[in-house]
Design a protein around this ligand. Structure first.
Ligand SMILES: [Zn+2]
Ligand SMILES: [Zn+2]
Length: 339
């Protein structure tokens, strides 16, 4: 029998596994919220923050992921199931957020719906944010010195970021831009964002490669089909989080309005179980130790169907019997996959 979610014995990470290698911890995956921790020996990043800050922190605690150890948050695209808790979490942890510029702009527009954001206004906004952050840094450095000098620091100071947030809900501690197709590094993780076909401003997936270990992990969800650039990005991946969003028949017969069904089915929608199986049969190189099926629709899919479809696809390729197929969940985190 092929490896399956039922046979998976969770690898609860110990501090030694923690330090040496690389791991992926899916905190949530599905149409109602997505977030995953990728960690190497020295670096930890959160990919998307699609649940409330409180729920994300709760789930991190459940799987022994220390939020204080996160170095950055990376955003695939601005849909709410990927950014719901972003601003609050980033401000609470005071860590930078990495976006592509069009995604950041779309997110700012979403957070400030009453503002008409022309491109000139956008540039002005970026400049103002830079200045506000520089001013905040000066203030912070001052506060650190004062706090060091006095043991009676004002506890009210803790609430300062939220006061700033009320004035500007799109305010973040720091913003960094990347460009899909161009890699960049955070600590000892080299990150390659790749463009995905999806109905957002500038959607992308990510490949993460440890610069000290020959391990590669990838996240590819929210894509209407698997174009050549995604196929080539997903080569030599050890742990692959891959979308298996809907069952075609369930979607067609399901309760979604016609227009939404068309959107999901379109070339900029989501991968069906069938499309994922087709990728696994035809284009997948068989290198992954784990394939994690994710972004399942709770309305138009059943985990068993997604699993069966992927396992059958791999089963047709006899030599891939060693691939383990796991199911990421919406309602609970998946135990860390440590390599
Ligand atoms: Zn999306
Ligand atoms: Zn999504």
């Amino acid at each position: 029998m092929l490896g399956s979610a039922r046979a998976y014995s969770p690898l609860i990470h110990t501090e030694s596994a923690y330090l040496k290698r690389m791991r992926m911890t899916v905190l949530a995956s599905g149409s109602k919220g997505n977030s995953t921790v990728i960690a190497s020996a020295q670096t930890r990043v959160l990919v998307d923050a699609g649940l409330s800050c409180r729920e994300l922190l709760k789930r991190m605690a459940q799987v022994n992921e220390d939020p204080a150890a996160l170095d950055a948050i990376l955003i695939t695209h601005e849909h709410v199931d990927h950014v719901a808790g972003l601003s609050v979490l980033a401000r609470k942890l005071r860590i930078p957020v990495y976006f592509s510029e069009p995604t950041h702009r779309a997110w700012v527009r979403m957070m400030t719906p009453s503002t008409t954001m022309t491109y000139a206004k956008w540039l002005e906004h970026v400049q103002k944010q830079k200045e506000a952050r520089a001013a905040q840094d000066t203030l912070d450095n001052g506060s650190i010195q004062i706090a060091a000098a006095s043991a009676n620091a004002d506890p009210e100071e803790e609430d300062e970021p939220e006061a700033v947030a009320k004035r500007d809900p799109a305010c973040l501690p720091a913003v960094e831009y990347f460009q899909p197709g161009t890699n960049f590094s955070i600590g000892d993780i080299c990150i390659t964002p790749f463009t995905t076909p999806h109905d957002a401003a500038d959607p992308c997936g990510f490949v993460f490669e440890s610069t000290t270990e020959a391990i590669r992990m990838a996240i590819a969800t929210d894509l209407g089909y698997v174009p050549p650039n995604v196929r080539s990005a997903l080569q030599r991946i050890d742990v692959l989080l891959l979308e298996s969003n809907h069952d075609l028949e369930m979607l067609k017969d399901g309760p979604y309005p016609w227009a939404v069904k068309q959107r999901v089915l379109s070339r900029v929608g989501h991968l069906s179980n069938h499309a994922t199986a087709e990728f696994l049969t035809r284009d997948y190189d068989g290198c992954a130790m784990y394939i994690v099926l994710g972004h399942l629709s709770e309305t138009n899919n059943v985990p068993e169907l997604a699993l069966l479809s992927a396992e059958q696809a791999l089963g047709e390729r006899g030599k891939l019997l060693g691939n383990r197929v796991l199911l990421a969940q919406q309602s609970a985190p998946l135990a860390s996959i440590c390599l």
